[in-house]
Ligand binder design. Structure first.
Ligand SMILES: Cc1ncc(COP(=O)(O)O)c(C=O)c1O
Length: 472
């Protein structure tokens, strides 16, 4: 069975001594569901699943799961019923907007629109860019480091892209130069890179956009689960994020921001609830969130997302950041000590300037990223992400056209998760793979995989979900 074989010293975050940080990072900061699930190993036996894939989808906070069970009996239609349960569901749903607005420091007159996820939120905003004579009045400007969710929606409207410079400072200057050309209505930027975890200076970027009469939207899918955001203080016009990355994996996302564009924009989902009056030959659309929330809303998704924001808001920020920073620096130090492992980052000055969230990107010389991920899962019970992270332009520019590996963690993580990853990589360097692996439907999988899923899950590992996520 796997045991940790590398113990790099913990680099101190803030002023706390290393021993305190070890104790803090040694256990989860908050309880999450599934923290103790056992993963089957290819060579036999089980081990606690080390979930280092929070950046893709984070586990539910236990408080959020309990809240879901509490409100589930009252689940009913929203905005459509006079009955007791409908009234409760409606009030929970509408109150969720206020909770989320408070969480992000929204302005009183900002709209809070519930969506499916960040992708949905940004597509919604793309339909609301100001127009004159049926044409958008300006371009959307974005960097080449963006997740596809903050890249592709803008390709359907007038847009310009900027290649990020090797430093954040240089990137701001590159954006300034482009903004100086004029005709930009919106700067679309990520709050933190989903590939490397580096945080972008959103306050400075908001000021820059405003200097040139543009607005800013921040894709906070990765930032919101790791840092408090105050859109009023930071001057952010629009913010999008997803519940499933914020410990509320029940299918809701959100777009918060200035109402004027949203009220004038194309309704995102035409249908019931989005209208003031519908006729056989026309319609008068509603304003406010209803305009974009056609159909029956995801009340449980919105409610649990709001509950998760309350839990995150109640965290002691120093402890929160120290917990994450301790795991991260332990992991980065350890990776850098392993022969052939390279840690990737985009900006040379991000550590000093803005910092990083709990995401670490790396590759292992001589091994395909997908093979390393399959090995870590099958032989060590460690789950992480491999591929191109839905950020193809960036991966290509970083010289990683066939992908890399990403370990990501959060409030439910503990130092042992990082130790397990490091131990697995150490063993790989020392003794190589302990099993045969084959490519099946585009993904590396263990050959002759006889591990079994729980009886209620449909497939055995290796055959399940065989369709490759080529967009990864
Ligand atoms: C930075 C970033 N933006 C957007 C998204 C898309 O989020 P979702 O799949 O919830 O729409 C992701 C998901 O990985 C992301 O990391």
């Amino acid at each position: 069975m796997t045991t940790a074989t590398v113990s790099p010293a913990i680099a101190t975050a803030g002023e706390a001594p290393a021993s305190e940080l070890t104790a803090l990072a040694g256990r989860p900061l908050s309880a999450v569901t599934g923290a103790e699930i056992q993963a089957p190993l290819i060579q036999g036996g089980h081990i606690r699943y080390a979930n280092l894939d929070y950046g893709a989808s984070a586990p539910a906070l236990s408080v959020v799961s309990a809240y879901l069970n509490e409100i589930l009996p009252y689940y009913a239609s929203v905005h459509r019923g006079a009955g007791y349960a409908s009234q409760i569901s409606t009030s929970v749903y509408e109150n969720a907007r206020n909770i989320v607005r408070d969480f992000v420091g929204g302005r009183q007159d900002d709209s809070v629109i519930f969506t499916r996820n960040t992708t949905d939120s940004l597509n919604l905003l793309a339909g609301c860019l100001p127009q004159s004579d049926g044409r958008p009045t300006g371009d959307v400007l974005y960097l080449d480091i963006e997740h596809h969710a903050n890249l592709l929606p803008w390709q359907g409207v007038p847009h310009r892209s900027v290649v990020a410079a090797p430093t954040l400072a240089g990137t701001i200057e590159a954006l300034r130069a482009e903004l100086q050309q004029g005709h930009v209505s919106l700067l679309a930027v990520t709050g933190a890179s989903n590939v490397t975890g580096e945080i972008l200076p959103i306050r400075a970027l908001a000021a820059l956009a405003h200097e040139f009469g543009a607005r800013i939207v921040v894709d906070a899918a990765q930032l919101a689960p790791h840092r408090r955001i105050n859109i009023s203080a930071d001057g952010v016009d629009y913010l999008a994020f997803s519940g499933h990355k914020l410990y509320a994996p029940f299918g809701a996302g959100v777009l918060v921001g200035r109402t004027d564009w949203l009220d004038a924009g194309t309704p995102h989902l035409a249908g019931g609830g989005a209208v003031r009056e519908a006729r056989l030959d026309g319609v008068s659309w509603a304003t406010g969130p209803a305009r974009h929330e056609g159909g029956s809303p995801n009340v449980l998704g919105a409610a649990t997302l709001a509950r998760a924001t309350e839990v995150i808001a109640s965290l002691d920020q120093d402890r929160w950041h120290s917990h994450e920073a301790a795991i991260r620096s332990y992991l980065v130090d350890g990776l850098q000590k392993i022969d052939g492992v390279t840690v990737h980052q985009i900006f040379a000055d991000s550590d000093a300037a803005t910092g990083t969230i709990g995401v670490v990107n790396f590759s292992v010389a001589g091994y395909d990223a997908g093979l390393v991920a399959a090995y870590l899962s099958a032989e060590h019970g460690v789950g992480l992400r491999d591929g191109r992270f839905c950020a193809h332009p960036l991966l290509k520019r970083l010289g990683l056209p066939s992908g890399s590996l990403r370990a990501s963690f959060g409030v439910g993580s503990r130092l042992e998760d990082a130790q397990r990853l490091l131990a697995g990589l150490e063993q790989l360097r020392r003794t190589g793979l302990g099993w045969d692996y084959v490519v099946d439907a585009g993904r590396w999988v263990p050959a002759n995989d006889s591990r079994i899923y729980p009886e209620w899950a449909p497939n055995t590992p290796g055959t399940a979900g065989a369709a490759p996520c080529l967009d990864d």
